[in-house]
Design a protein around this ligand. Structure first.
Ligand code: SF4
Length: 286
């Protein structure tokens, strides 16, 4: 298993995969304005929060939102009326301009109160100890400061889900992975001095869930918070200091492979985890 995962990581063309990933727009902002931590936090929060559905469509919607906000999103976010004006008419899947504006305004208010979002999350971890409670407190603060908690539409609150619920909170955990891990070709590592990467949980999307079941990292049938904990616990046995380091490469391999979750000689051809896949394990003689 360990060798198979290392092989997937070694063979991943990170540069090419990043070019198709929402994190590329976050990295672009950081490359242009490397000292603008508040700005890149806002961009990363937007990019991770809308990372739902077809990647081409979501990247287009994300690029549109970022273009509207301009090169200094944190400064724009200081002016709630201006944020709403710039985002007017924006829409992606179930989310509308007002949802996104509330999240951005809330995140900026948290930055003003705590210095950076990273400082706020590190403080939540110190105060609560428990990772899930800390993340819930972090989400509560942004929701309350921007008014997302006062919107009646369930979908609006889904933009920043409550980690206390059953959801795997894939997009929030992706945000944390980007900010805490690295820097490497994918993750930015801008919070590496604030948060220990060993605390991270794997962001479980459909690809990771499927691969994790085939690799016996979890038996759970649904992608829930408990599933994320179980997969991460399995990965921690391989790398206790950086359990989510395989996530980017695995997720992109899963997207490219379109795993059939059964023994399929055509579709499984070239799959990097085939040696460890339960569908390809040697069958016992009868
Ligand atoms: S070998 Fe096939 S079934 Fe197993 S994880 Fe890879 S693509 Fe999926």
């Amino acid at each position: 298993m360990h060798a198979a995962l290392e092989g997937v990581l070694a063979r991943c063309d990170v540069g090419a995969r990043v070019a198709t990933d929402p994190v590329e727009l976050v990295r672009r902002h950081h490359d242009r304005r490397p000292r603008d931590l508040e700005g890149v936090e806002i961009v990363a929060l937007i990019a991770s929060s809308v990372a739902f559905g077809n990647v081409t469509a979501l990247r287009a919607k994300l690029a549109d939102a970022l273009a509207r906000l301009g090169p200094s999103p944190a400064q724009v976010a200081d002016d709630a009326i201006e944020v709403r004006r710039r985002l007017s008419g924006w829409k992606h899947r179930v989310w509308i301009d007002d949802d996104l504006a509330r999240m951005i305004i809330g995140a900026r208010a948290v930055q003003r109160a705590h210095g950076t979002l990273g400082d706020r999350f590190a403080g939540d971890l110190a105060a609560h100890g428990d990772f899930r409670e800390a993340l819930a407190s972090f989400v509560d603060a942004i929701r309350a400061a921007g008014g997302l908690d006062r919107v009646r539409r369930q979908s609006a609150r889904h933009l920043l889900p409550d980690p206390r619920g059953a959801s795997a909170c894939k997009r929030l955990l992706l945000f944390l992975r980007w900010m805490v891990r690295g820097p490497d070709g994918a993750d930015l590592g801008l919070w590496r001095d604030r948060v220990d990467r060993s605390r991270l949980l794997v962001p479980v999307d459909v690809h990771i869930h499927k691969l994790a079941r085939n690799l016996a990292l979890t038996e759970r049938a649904t992608a829930s918070w408990a599933t994320a904990e179980e997969i991460t616990a399995s990965l921690r046995r391989i790398d206790p200091r950086d359990p989510v380091r395989f996530d980017f490469a695995l997720c992109h391999m899963g997207m490219a492979q379109r795993c059939p979750s059964r023994r399929d000689p055509v579709r499984c051809e070239g799959c990097g985890v085939k040696p460890a896949c339960r569908h390809w394990a040697p069958r016992r003689a009868r």
